[in-house]
Design a protein around this ligand. Structure first.
Ligand SMILES: O=P(O)(O)OC[C@H]1O[C@H](OP(=O)(O)OP(=O)(O)O)[C@H](O)[C@@H]1O
Ligand SMILES: Nc1nc2[nH]cnc2c(=O)[nH]1
Length: 177
């Protein structure tokens, strides 16, 4: 199999502008009460670190782990909780931070899981909102960039464990010889 090609989708500069705009909206909506920002591991960790530093409200952070894709570019559909939340989010304002919402299976699973702790409010923020394959009902309250198709890597998103360190977003194209 030949090496996949990386086609640029968003530059590092564009990524930064999107993150700043999201941070302003979230700060304004959550207000001085602030809340708990929950990073969905692993993919969201890069976006999360940038986003929380644009917030101008009191914010605590926590992390949940889920896995579903493994080495594939298609979700297995079996979502596994690999790390539970540690904070008490009951009655708090909660922001779930994802790198990408694709089929919506992971986000749906997490909103149901975290919603079970009865937060005062729970909103979903995704850097990338890929709607074409959505087959679970989820509302992305804060969507950074809507993408149509393709498998995307960079800015935390991986393929087979690689490319999370790229500063921009790229589409992975498998060239068949
Ligand atoms: O909307 P969906 O179709 O459920 O896809 C979105 C999920 O897929 C990716 O996670 P992945 O399972 O690849 O794990 P990772 O975050 O550890 O890379 C991504 O980080 C989202 O959590
Ligand atoms: N890296 C990566 N993970 C995903 N999980 C769901 N969709 C995608 C995607 O386009 N890229």
């Amino acid at each position: 199999m030949s090496m996949p090609e990386l086609v640029p989708v968003l530059s590092a500069q564009q990524v930064e502008e999107i993150v700043v705009a999201l941070g302003q909206r979230i700060s304004s909506d959550f207000g001085e009460k602030g809340g708990v920002a929950v990073c969905v591991l692993k993919g969201a960790f890069v976006f999360f670190a940038d986003l929380i530093r644009t917030l101008t409200i009191p914010v605590e952070v926590d992390f949940v782990g889920v896995a579903s894709y493994g080495a594939q570019t298609e979700s297995s559909g079996n979502i596994e909780l690999t790390k539970p939340i540690e904070s008490d989010i009951t009655g708090r304002q909660v922001l779930v931070v994802e790198d990408i919402v694709d089929t919506g299976a992971t986000a749906r699973f997490l909103l149901d899981y975290l919603g079970g702790f009865e937060p005062a409010r729970i909103n979903l923020c995704a850097f990338l909102d890929k709607r074409e394959r959505r087959n679970h009902a989820v509302r992305v309250d804060y969507s950074g960039h809507v993408v149509r198709d393709g498998f995307l890597v960079g800015y935390g998103l991986d393929w087979n464990g690689c490319y999370r360190n790229l500063k921009g977003i790229h589409r992975l194209e498998q060239n068949n010889p």
